[in-house]
Design a protein around this ligand. Structure first.
Ligand SMILES: C[S@@+](CC[C@H](N)C(=O)[O-])C[C@H]1O[C@@H](n2cnc3c(N)ncnc32)[C@H](O)[C@@H]1O
Length: 367
Protein backbone atom coordinates (compact mmCIF):
# COMPACT_ATOMS: atom_id res chain seq x y z
CA UNK A 1 0.00 0.00 0.00
CA UNK A 2 1.30 3.49 -0.82
CA UNK A 3 0.80 5.68 2.24
CA UNK A 4 2.23 8.69 4.08
CA UNK A 5 2.00 10.01 7.66
CA UNK A 6 1.93 13.65 8.73
CA UNK A 7 2.73 14.43 12.37
CA UNK A 8 1.72 17.90 13.55
CA UNK A 9 3.26 18.85 16.89
CA UNK A 10 2.84 21.93 19.02
CA UNK A 11 6.26 22.42 20.53
CA UNK A 12 9.30 24.66 20.56
CA UNK A 13 11.73 23.73 17.77
CA UNK A 14 14.76 24.95 19.73
CA UNK A 15 14.72 21.46 21.19
CA UNK A 16 13.95 18.59 18.80
CA UNK A 17 15.03 15.75 21.09
CA UNK A 18 11.91 13.79 20.09
CA UNK A 19 13.29 13.44 16.53
CA UNK A 20 15.99 10.86 15.95
CA UNK A 21 19.34 12.05 14.54
CA UNK A 22 19.66 11.63 10.76
CA UNK A 23 15.99 10.61 10.35
CA UNK A 24 14.74 13.52 8.19
CA UNK A 25 15.28 13.51 4.40
CA UNK A 26 14.45 17.14 3.62
CA UNK A 27 13.75 20.35 5.54
CA UNK A 28 11.59 23.10 4.02
CA UNK A 29 10.83 26.04 6.24
CA UNK A 30 10.43 29.76 6.83
CA UNK A 31 11.22 31.08 10.31
CA UNK A 32 9.84 34.23 11.91
CA UNK A 33 11.88 37.05 10.31
CA UNK A 34 14.14 38.91 12.78
CA UNK A 35 13.50 42.69 12.87
CA UNK A 36 10.18 42.51 11.03
CA UNK A 37 7.77 44.03 13.52
CA UNK A 38 5.08 41.36 13.26
CA UNK A 39 7.53 38.87 14.83
CA UNK A 40 8.80 41.08 17.73
CA UNK A 41 6.40 39.49 20.21
CA UNK A 42 7.28 35.93 19.11
CA UNK A 43 11.01 36.62 19.61
CA UNK A 44 10.39 38.39 22.92
CA UNK A 45 8.61 35.27 24.17
CA UNK A 46 11.71 33.26 23.25
CA UNK A 47 14.01 35.77 25.02
CA UNK A 48 12.51 38.71 27.00
CA UNK A 49 15.79 40.72 26.75
CA UNK A 50 14.86 41.36 23.09
CA UNK A 51 12.04 43.67 24.15
CA UNK A 52 14.53 45.70 26.16
CA UNK A 53 16.95 46.02 23.20
CA UNK A 54 14.09 47.19 20.97
CA UNK A 55 12.86 49.75 23.48
CA UNK A 56 16.45 51.06 23.82
CA UNK A 57 16.43 51.34 19.99
CA UNK A 58 19.53 49.14 19.82
CA UNK A 59 18.70 47.53 16.47
CA UNK A 60 21.85 45.47 15.99
CA UNK A 61 21.59 44.04 19.51
CA UNK A 62 17.95 43.03 19.00
CA UNK A 63 18.85 41.55 15.58
CA UNK A 64 21.64 39.43 17.08
CA UNK A 65 19.54 38.28 20.05
CA UNK A 66 16.74 37.17 17.72
CA UNK A 67 19.20 35.22 15.58
CA UNK A 68 20.72 33.57 18.63
CA UNK A 69 17.28 31.99 19.24
CA UNK A 70 17.03 30.81 15.60
CA UNK A 71 20.61 29.47 15.81
CA UNK A 72 19.41 26.90 18.37
CA UNK A 73 16.92 25.58 15.80
CA UNK A 74 19.54 25.44 12.99
CA UNK A 75 21.83 23.35 15.24
CA UNK A 76 19.01 20.90 15.93
CA UNK A 77 18.17 20.73 12.22
CA UNK A 78 21.75 19.78 11.35
CA UNK A 79 21.47 16.88 13.79
CA UNK A 80 18.12 15.51 12.59
CA UNK A 81 18.86 15.82 8.85
CA UNK A 82 20.20 12.69 7.13
CA UNK A 83 23.61 12.78 5.52
CA UNK A 84 23.16 14.10 1.96
CA UNK A 85 19.82 15.68 2.94
CA UNK A 86 18.85 19.17 1.75
CA UNK A 87 17.53 22.10 3.77
CA UNK A 88 15.63 25.00 2.12
CA UNK A 89 14.96 28.16 4.12
CA UNK A 90 12.72 30.94 2.88
CA UNK A 91 13.86 34.18 4.53
CA UNK A 92 13.77 37.89 3.73
CA UNK A 93 16.00 40.69 4.94
CA UNK A 94 14.32 43.41 7.01
CA UNK A 95 14.38 47.18 6.71
CA UNK A 96 13.47 49.18 9.79
CA UNK A 97 13.83 52.60 11.37
CA UNK A 98 14.72 52.58 15.06
CA UNK A 99 15.19 56.03 16.56
CA UNK A 100 16.84 58.11 13.85
CA UNK A 101 18.46 55.16 12.11
CA UNK A 102 17.07 53.45 9.02
CA UNK A 103 18.88 50.19 8.34
CA UNK A 104 18.76 46.92 6.50
CA UNK A 105 19.04 43.89 8.76
CA UNK A 106 20.62 41.14 6.62
CA UNK A 107 18.78 38.03 7.84
CA UNK A 108 19.83 35.90 4.87
CA UNK A 109 23.55 36.60 5.40
CA UNK A 110 23.33 36.10 9.18
CA UNK A 111 21.62 32.72 8.82
CA UNK A 112 24.10 31.56 6.16
CA UNK A 113 27.02 32.48 8.36
CA UNK A 114 25.65 30.27 11.18
CA UNK A 115 24.96 27.42 8.75
CA UNK A 116 28.52 27.56 7.38
CA UNK A 117 29.74 27.41 10.98
CA UNK A 118 27.58 24.29 11.51
CA UNK A 119 29.30 22.72 8.45
CA UNK A 120 26.34 22.72 6.07
CA UNK A 121 27.43 22.97 2.41
CA UNK A 122 25.95 26.12 0.88
CA UNK A 123 24.36 25.56 -2.56
CA UNK A 124 23.23 28.27 -5.04
CA UNK A 125 20.20 30.09 -3.66
CA UNK A 126 16.95 31.28 -5.26
CA UNK A 127 15.78 34.88 -5.27
CA UNK A 128 12.03 35.00 -4.92
CA UNK A 129 11.02 38.30 -6.46
CA UNK A 130 7.88 39.77 -4.94
CA UNK A 131 7.41 43.03 -6.77
CA UNK A 132 4.85 45.48 -5.47
CA UNK A 133 2.93 48.18 -7.30
CA UNK A 134 2.25 50.13 -4.12
CA UNK A 135 2.64 53.88 -4.69
CA UNK A 136 4.33 54.12 -1.26
CA UNK A 137 7.00 51.53 -2.03
CA UNK A 138 9.83 54.07 -2.34
CA UNK A 139 11.18 55.21 1.01
CA UNK A 140 13.29 58.17 2.01
CA UNK A 141 13.91 61.51 0.36
CA UNK A 142 12.10 60.93 -2.95
CA UNK A 143 13.79 62.66 -5.88
CA UNK A 144 16.29 64.50 -3.65
CA UNK A 145 19.75 62.96 -3.23
CA UNK A 146 21.11 61.27 -1.15
CA UNK A 147 18.61 59.95 1.34
CA UNK A 148 16.33 57.61 -0.65
CA UNK A 149 16.36 53.85 -0.22
CA UNK A 150 16.21 51.02 -2.70
CA UNK A 151 12.96 49.05 -2.24
CA UNK A 152 13.26 45.49 -0.93
CA UNK A 153 11.23 43.40 -3.35
CA UNK A 154 12.75 39.97 -2.96
CA UNK A 155 13.25 37.20 -0.46
CA UNK A 156 15.69 34.30 -0.53
CA UNK A 157 15.34 30.58 -0.59
CA UNK A 158 18.60 29.43 0.93
CA UNK A 159 19.61 25.90 -0.08
CA UNK A 160 22.06 23.81 1.95
CA UNK A 161 23.23 20.24 2.03
CA UNK A 162 24.50 18.17 4.92
CA UNK A 163 27.63 16.35 3.76
CA UNK A 164 28.12 14.63 0.44
CA UNK A 165 25.47 13.99 -2.25
CA UNK A 166 22.76 11.53 -1.27
CA UNK A 167 23.44 8.10 -2.80
CA UNK A 168 20.70 6.04 -4.54
CA UNK A 169 22.37 2.63 -4.61
CA UNK A 170 19.85 -0.22 -4.45
CA UNK A 171 17.49 -1.09 -7.32
CA UNK A 172 14.51 -0.01 -5.18
CA UNK A 173 16.12 3.36 -4.41
CA UNK A 174 16.89 3.91 -8.09
CA UNK A 175 13.33 2.96 -9.09
CA UNK A 176 11.72 5.39 -6.62
CA UNK A 177 14.09 8.14 -7.71
CA UNK A 178 13.07 7.70 -11.36
CA UNK A 179 9.35 7.53 -10.50
CA UNK A 180 9.77 10.79 -8.54
CA UNK A 181 11.35 12.72 -11.39
CA UNK A 182 9.85 15.98 -12.69
CA UNK A 183 9.30 17.17 -16.24
CA UNK A 184 12.13 18.70 -18.31
CA UNK A 185 10.20 21.97 -18.65
CA UNK A 186 9.59 22.05 -14.87
CA UNK A 187 13.32 21.60 -14.33
CA UNK A 188 14.00 24.60 -16.58
CA UNK A 189 11.69 26.78 -14.49
CA UNK A 190 12.25 25.40 -10.99
CA UNK A 191 16.05 25.39 -11.16
CA UNK A 192 16.28 28.99 -12.31
CA UNK A 193 17.77 31.22 -9.57
CA UNK A 194 14.89 33.69 -9.87
CA UNK A 195 11.31 32.74 -8.99
CA UNK A 196 8.66 35.28 -9.84
CA UNK A 197 4.87 35.73 -9.89
CA UNK A 198 4.22 32.16 -11.04
CA UNK A 199 4.98 30.91 -7.52
CA UNK A 200 1.64 32.53 -6.65
CA UNK A 201 0.57 34.41 -3.58
CA UNK A 202 -1.52 33.59 -0.56
CA UNK A 203 -3.86 35.66 1.59
CA UNK A 204 -2.04 36.66 4.79
CA UNK A 205 -5.18 37.45 6.72
CA UNK A 206 -6.09 35.21 9.69
CA UNK A 207 -9.67 35.61 10.85
CA UNK A 208 -9.72 33.22 13.83
CA UNK A 209 -9.75 35.32 17.00
CA UNK A 210 -7.22 33.22 18.93
CA UNK A 211 -4.60 33.72 16.18
CA UNK A 212 -2.30 36.59 15.21
CA UNK A 213 -3.67 38.89 12.46
CA UNK A 214 -1.28 37.83 9.70
CA UNK A 215 -0.11 34.31 8.88
CA UNK A 216 3.32 34.90 7.30
CA UNK A 217 2.43 31.90 5.09
CA UNK A 218 4.21 31.11 1.84
CA UNK A 219 2.20 30.02 -1.23
CA UNK A 220 1.63 26.27 -1.69
CA UNK A 221 3.67 26.19 -4.91
CA UNK A 222 6.85 27.17 -3.02
CA UNK A 223 7.20 24.10 -0.75
CA UNK A 224 5.59 21.93 -3.47
CA UNK A 225 8.40 22.73 -5.92
CA UNK A 226 11.14 22.34 -3.30
CA UNK A 227 9.77 19.00 -2.11
CA UNK A 228 9.64 17.69 -5.68
CA UNK A 229 13.11 19.07 -6.45
CA UNK A 230 14.90 17.68 -3.39
CA UNK A 231 13.16 14.52 -2.15
CA UNK A 232 11.63 11.31 -3.47
CA UNK A 233 8.27 9.66 -2.80
CA UNK A 234 8.02 8.22 0.70
CA UNK A 235 10.67 10.58 2.15
CA UNK A 236 10.14 12.48 5.38
CA UNK A 237 9.96 16.29 5.11
CA UNK A 238 10.32 18.45 8.23
CA UNK A 239 9.10 22.01 8.78
CA UNK A 240 10.11 23.28 12.26
CA UNK A 241 8.13 26.55 11.76
CA UNK A 242 4.92 25.10 10.33
CA UNK A 243 2.55 28.09 10.72
CA UNK A 244 -0.64 27.32 8.79
CA UNK A 245 0.61 23.91 7.61
CA UNK A 246 1.59 24.68 4.01
CA UNK A 247 4.68 22.42 3.97
CA UNK A 248 2.76 19.41 5.32
CA UNK A 249 0.05 20.02 2.73
CA UNK A 250 2.64 20.11 -0.06
CA UNK A 251 4.29 16.93 1.30
CA UNK A 252 0.96 15.09 1.47
CA UNK A 253 0.12 16.23 -2.07
CA UNK A 254 3.52 14.91 -3.27
CA UNK A 255 3.34 11.47 -1.62
CA UNK A 256 5.96 12.34 1.02
CA UNK A 257 5.50 11.99 4.81
CA UNK A 258 6.05 15.02 7.02
CA UNK A 259 6.67 16.33 10.52
CA UNK A 260 5.42 19.84 11.20
CA UNK A 261 6.23 21.74 14.38
CA UNK A 262 4.46 24.92 15.39
CA UNK A 263 4.85 26.64 18.74
CA UNK A 264 1.41 28.32 18.58
CA UNK A 265 -1.25 25.74 19.49
CA UNK A 266 -3.92 28.03 18.08
CA UNK A 267 -3.11 26.69 14.59
CA UNK A 268 -3.95 23.10 15.51
CA UNK A 269 -7.55 22.88 14.19
CA UNK A 270 -6.77 24.93 11.12
CA UNK A 271 -3.89 22.63 10.05
CA UNK A 272 -5.84 19.42 10.72
CA UNK A 273 -8.81 20.73 8.74
CA UNK A 274 -6.58 21.86 5.88
CA UNK A 275 -4.87 18.48 5.54
CA UNK A 276 -8.00 16.39 6.02
CA UNK A 277 -9.97 18.25 3.38
CA UNK A 278 -7.32 18.55 0.66
CA UNK A 279 -7.95 15.32 -1.28
CA UNK A 280 -9.76 16.73 -4.30
CA UNK A 281 -7.58 19.79 -4.63
CA UNK A 282 -4.35 17.80 -4.25
CA UNK A 283 -5.49 15.34 -6.92
CA UNK A 284 -6.49 18.20 -9.19
CA UNK A 285 -3.02 19.69 -8.73
CA UNK A 286 -1.56 16.47 -10.15
CA UNK A 287 -3.96 16.33 -13.08
CA UNK A 288 -3.30 20.00 -13.82
CA UNK A 289 0.44 19.33 -13.76
CA UNK A 290 -0.06 16.55 -16.31
CA UNK A 291 -2.33 18.78 -18.41
CA UNK A 292 0.31 21.52 -18.38
CA UNK A 293 2.83 19.00 -19.68
CA UNK A 294 0.47 18.00 -22.48
CA UNK A 295 0.06 21.67 -23.45
CA UNK A 296 3.84 22.12 -23.35
CA UNK A 297 4.37 19.11 -25.63
CA UNK A 298 1.80 20.45 -28.13
CA UNK A 299 3.79 23.69 -28.40
CA UNK A 300 7.12 21.85 -28.48
CA UNK A 301 5.98 19.64 -31.35
CA UNK A 302 4.91 22.66 -33.38
CA UNK A 303 8.39 24.14 -33.10
CA UNK A 304 10.73 21.16 -32.89
CA UNK A 305 8.84 18.03 -33.93
CA UNK A 306 8.11 14.83 -31.97
CA UNK A 307 10.17 14.24 -28.81
CA UNK A 308 12.15 11.00 -28.71
CA UNK A 309 10.70 9.37 -25.60
CA UNK A 310 7.28 8.14 -24.42
CA UNK A 311 6.54 8.11 -20.69
CA UNK A 312 5.68 4.57 -19.56
CA UNK A 313 3.02 5.59 -17.02
CA UNK A 314 0.92 8.01 -19.04
CA UNK A 315 1.89 7.22 -22.62
CA UNK A 316 2.61 10.85 -23.53
CA UNK A 317 5.85 12.16 -25.04
CA UNK A 318 8.60 13.46 -22.76
CA UNK A 319 11.85 15.20 -23.67
CA UNK A 320 14.41 13.10 -21.80
CA UNK A 321 15.08 9.50 -20.83
CA UNK A 322 14.99 10.54 -17.14
CA UNK A 323 11.22 11.20 -17.43
CA UNK A 324 10.34 7.72 -18.75
CA UNK A 325 9.12 6.28 -15.43
CA UNK A 326 7.79 9.46 -13.86
CA UNK A 327 4.33 9.05 -12.24
CA UNK A 328 2.39 10.87 -9.54
CA UNK A 329 0.15 8.98 -7.11
CA UNK A 330 -3.34 10.39 -6.58
CA UNK A 331 -4.77 10.27 -3.06
CA UNK A 332 -7.45 7.70 -2.19
CA UNK A 333 -8.25 8.63 1.43
CA UNK A 334 -7.08 10.87 4.29
CA UNK A 335 -7.83 10.32 7.96
CA UNK A 336 -6.95 12.06 11.22
CA UNK A 337 -5.74 10.34 14.40
CA UNK A 338 -5.45 12.45 17.55
CA UNK A 339 -3.10 11.61 20.38
CA UNK A 340 -1.58 13.52 23.29
CA UNK A 341 0.54 16.49 22.04
CA UNK A 342 0.23 15.53 18.37
CA UNK A 343 -2.14 14.93 15.50
CA UNK A 344 -1.26 12.38 12.87
CA UNK A 345 -2.81 12.46 9.44
CA UNK A 346 -2.66 9.26 7.44
CA UNK A 347 -2.98 9.41 3.65
CA UNK A 348 -3.45 6.42 1.34
CA UNK A 349 -2.67 6.72 -2.40
CA UNK A 350 -3.51 4.69 -5.49
CA UNK A 351 -0.52 2.40 -5.99
CA UNK A 352 -0.83 2.84 -9.72
CA UNK A 353 0.13 6.43 -10.71
CA UNK A 354 -1.69 6.06 -14.02
CA UNK A 355 -4.96 6.44 -12.04
CA UNK A 356 -5.75 10.12 -12.54
CA UNK A 357 -8.62 11.48 -10.55
CA UNK A 358 -10.96 13.67 -12.55
CA UNK A 359 -10.12 17.33 -12.19
CA UNK A 360 -13.01 19.16 -10.53
CA UNK A 361 -11.21 22.44 -10.11
CA UNK A 362 -9.79 24.96 -12.51
CA UNK A 363 -6.23 26.20 -12.04
CA UNK A 364 -7.34 29.36 -10.23
CA UNK A 365 -9.19 27.40 -7.49
CA UNK A 366 -6.14 25.40 -6.53
CA UNK A 367 -4.61 26.26 -3.15
C1 LIG B 1 6.94 32.64 8.91
S1 LIG B 1 5.87 31.67 9.86
C2 LIG B 1 5.76 30.19 8.92
C3 LIG B 1 4.61 30.22 7.98
C4 LIG B 1 4.44 28.93 7.21
N1 LIG B 1 5.50 28.74 6.24
C5 LIG B 1 3.10 28.91 6.48
O1 LIG B 1 3.05 28.71 5.25
O2 LIG B 1 2.07 29.13 7.14
C6 LIG B 1 6.87 31.14 11.23
C7 LIG B 1 6.12 30.29 12.23
O3 LIG B 1 7.05 29.81 13.21
C8 LIG B 1 6.40 29.73 14.48
N2 LIG B 1 7.47 29.69 15.51
C9 LIG B 1 8.19 30.73 15.99
N3 LIG B 1 9.10 30.29 16.89
C10 LIG B 1 8.96 28.95 16.95
C11 LIG B 1 9.63 27.93 17.69
N4 LIG B 1 10.62 28.22 18.53
N5 LIG B 1 9.24 26.64 17.50
C12 LIG B 1 8.23 26.34 16.65
N6 LIG B 1 7.55 27.27 15.94
C13 LIG B 1 7.92 28.56 16.08
C14 LIG B 1 5.53 30.97 14.50
O4 LIG B 1 4.46 30.86 15.42
C15 LIG B 1 5.06 31.05 13.02
O5 LIG B 1 3.81 30.41 12.86
Amino acid sequence: MTETYHRIMHRDSRNLNFIESGSVDLIVTSPPYPMIEMWDETFTELNPVIKHALSEEDGYKAFELMHLELDKVWSELYRVLRSGGIMCINIGDATRSLGKRFRLYPNGARILSKLVHLKFDVLPKILWRKSTNSPTKFMGSGMLPAGAYVTLEHEYILILRKGEKRPFLSDTEKKIRHESSYFWEERNKWFSDMWEWDVGSVSQELTQESLRDRSGAFPFELPYRLINMYSVKGDCVLDPFLGTGTTSLAALSSCRSSIGIEIDEGFSNMIAELLCSCLEQANSYISERLAQHTRFIEQYELKKGKPKYINETYGFPVITRQELKLGYNSIQSIELNNSKNAETIHAVYYDDPSVICNPQYTQKDLF
